[in-house]
Write a protein that binds this ligand. Sequence first.
Ligand code: DHB
Length: 320
Amino acid sequence: MITSKILHTIKPSLETSIGNITFSFPVCNGSGVWSSSRDELIKLGSSDAGAFVYKSMTIHERSGNPGPRMFMNDFLSLNSMGLPNKGVKYYCDIVNEFRKYNKPQIASIAGCSEEEYFTLFHKINSYPFDAIEVNLSCPNIVGKRVFAYDLDACSRILSKMRSETTKSLGVKLPPYVQRHEIEKMAKQLMVLGIDFVTLINCYPLGAVINADTELVSLKPNNGIGGLGGNALKPIALGQILLYNQYTGGKLNIIGLGGVETGRDVYEFMLAGASAVGIATTLLHEGLSAFTRIKRELITILKNKHISRLKDKIGTVRYWN
Ligand code: DHB
């Protein structure tokens, strides 16, 4: 009884790592949410977020698709943003100053061609970002393929980058629907020496229709967009479990997809995620979501008498 009381007052360690970077708290934003402009990034820096994940950068500034380009209800989000961002130079110009927030800074890059990926990579590789997340899964640009569905193209892009950087290098992937696709990708990422994988980007090609107005919810792409939010959680967990199994737990994972609570974060970490991102929740609730989730996570760890969260990564139990 006394021991349990003492354990309950000890603050558990929430520290975790992705590649060679350390998070003092494993929950960060999903790329693009609170991370597109300098003002948003300043607020993200002052929040309880464990890291910065910048909006996916393109070579030039983009205003993105025309609105309405985002729909949300209590269960899901649907977006067709079209990569609105300030262009790579803007983010390179602020990264040095933002080191004062003492959080890992993860650059996200999105090209429309292999050449564009290399141009973006060469630019950001010479700035003090702590890690690079190559977004090979943006679902919303008309006429641009989703590179992540072409394993050879992914390998060409990532192997060249791996040979040219010592920064933590990761890739953001969409959901796959067949086990063998995940197995091949997971094994290839290990062969290439990739440090982390962000799982998962939106589920592509979704739509929401309103029976009252008889309208699709989004204007761009004739109403088709990427599905996010709570509806995505079981899909994200399935993908994380499979990557973890196919890599023997050796590939760091940033889990993303429908995370709302500290309990969700704990479940994602049991499945094998070393860190977890929040996107739709952050849009709904704002930056105080990090503070709430941190409090919920600490309560779970205290109740379970766990002193180090990272000891739980990938320890989910299976039926015999
Ligand atoms: C956009 C890009 C993404 O990679 C994503 O997951 C969601 C939206 C976009 O800007 O269209």
